[in-house]
Design a binder for this molecule. Structure first.
Ligand SMILES: Nc1ncnc2c1ncn2[C@@H]1O[C@H](COP(=O)(O)OP(=O)(O)OP(=O)(O)O)[C@@H](O)[C@H]1O
Ligand SMILES: Nc1ncnc2c1ncn2[C@@H]1O[C@H](COP(=O)(O)OP(=O)(O)OP(=O)(O)O)[C@@H](O)[C@H]1O
Ligand SMILES: [Mg+2]
Ligand SMILES: [Mg+2]
Lengths: 256, 256
């Protein structure tokens, strides 16, 4: 049974891509077949694992699948990690939201595209852009759950109510089975009161839906994308790698 | 002569709002009549100066102006800073991009709205959402220049070529006078190599278009929005306040 998790939050720069890339690697090293799908025109997740895509690279991307009806099998690239495949993004996706507006069942394009490969993977992870437009709605319409990264900042707290409202609307009109996988506290700096305050607010608001694992601010997480590698392959001893491994374990334990 | 500056970068969380809010306060305390316009559905700039809007609050917002044809004068709120006015955003703006798609001259809605007040202000600052959709295109179509905040991170460097390409397209088709006000290095941490590397890359790529002023990482900048105040009124002695004052001076000196 494949589980599809969307990494979403319309607030920018909260750690969606960093979490999607590093969770994809975490599941793959735990020998769960994983597909990482980048649906952000910024292509950051595509960059974040670029060094792992060698001979298995496909020249078909998510835009070809969403807009040009190319079959999903053609858009899948293999990586150096045996259990990790990837569907890459492209800058052309920036126009997709306007192109999708006029299409029939426009919120379900991604669900229909991924349908043929559902049985092949244990996890499909979707990295969303920082907005609540049609690309993110497509992710919500096919996902089983949403993982919500939130950085320890005041503005990041503010956007949560809008995100939850959108999720409720999706549950009502597009995907009644959509759940919240959990809220993930990111870029936590234990020296700062602001980090502690935001953590307390998030835990009191979301209770057990807040992951026990916290992702601490760790410069190695910011360096890894420059080498096109997830943190586990860039610096396995770093706090960042330990934090994302512990999150992988926590999600796998929740499943059982 | 009014100067309109758009604060834009499709990469999320790079400091667009923090820069727009604190530059608005910087210009206002230097006695330049300033209008801050929040065109992001996240409403962060609206939050960032919320404590300054008292009796002068208008219940009309940018959505009413863009979509419901309310006159701009009705959407202007005064603040406690004599030379600072504000047009607030609303969550309803999330639907505006789709609603704008079918409108005539949809990229010029904001230009037409602001036209009547051009003579009233020295500076109009536009805080853009993290995308290159119709809201940001509206900002580019009426702006004189774009101020591009970029955080000292690898992913933030990546997005610059796409942003420059969009600006070139806008110059060709929508607004031939659009210039780059400058590239602003934000969240700089002098202890990190990553910060130094990104700064070097930005300066070698943009040369004199990179502001001399650097905005250092300073937790006070992250705390201020929780009090609804720009940094100058929250903690004038902080590094953040000093950095944004020095940037205000640098832009004002460039003008003469
Ligand atoms: N725990 C962390 N410690 C230090 N840096 C981090 C951490 N998590 C993410 N970063 C860095 O912070 C920046 C923002 O993270 P990221 O790009 O993953 O966020 P995002 O939510 O995907 O952004 P966007 O909204 O643009 O898609 C990136 O440059 C990333 O490398
Ligand atoms: N120099 C700085 N030092 C410390 N924190 C900062 C600094 N600049 C901004 N921040 C904080 O970092 C976060 C991101 O900044 P901000 O929200 O201004 O970016 P943005 O580009 O407007 O984000 P979005 O893409 O979501 O619109 C905010 O929580 C802000 O308070
Ligand atoms: Mg991202
Ligand atoms: Mg912002």
């Amino acid at each position: 049974m494949t589980k599809i998790i969307a990494f979403a939050n319309q607030k920018g720069g909260v750690g969606k891509t960093t979490s999607a890339v590093n969770m994809a690697a975490g599941f793959a090293v735990s020998e769960h077949k994983t597909l990482l799908v980048d649906i952000d025109p910024q292509c950051n997740a595509t960059t974040g694992i670029a060094a792992l895509i060698n001979n298995g690279a496909s020249d078909v991307n998510i835009y070809d699948l969403l807009i040009n009806n190319v079959s999903v099998e053609e858009g899948i690239s293999q990586t150096d990690l045996k259990y990790l495949d990837v569907i890459q993004s492209t800058r052309d996706l920036v126009g997709a939201e306007i192109e999708l507006v006029g299409m029939m069942a426009r919120e379900f394009r991604l669900r229909d595209i991924l349908h043929p490969v559902l049985g092949k993977y244990d996890y499909i992870l979707l990295d969303c852009p920082p907005s609540l437009g049609l690309l993110t709605l497509n992710a919500f319409s096919c996902a089983d759950s949403v993982l919500i990264p939130i950085q320890c900042e005041y503005y990041a707290l503010e956007g949560l109510s809008q995100l939850l409202q959108t999720i409720r609307l999706v549950q009502k009109h597009l995907n009644k089975n959509l759940e919240i996988e959990g809220v993930l506290i990111t870029m936590y700096d234990s020296r700062l009161n602001l980090s502690k305050q935001v953590e307390q607010e998030v835990r009191s608001y979301f209770n057990e839906k807040t992951f026990k694992t916290i992702i601490h601010r760790n410069v190695r997480l910011g360096e890894a994308p420059g080498f096109g590698k997830p943190i586990l392959l860039y610096d396995a001893n770093s706090t960042g790698a330990q934090d994302y491994l512990s999150l992988t374990r926590e999600i796998l334990e929740n499943e059982t």
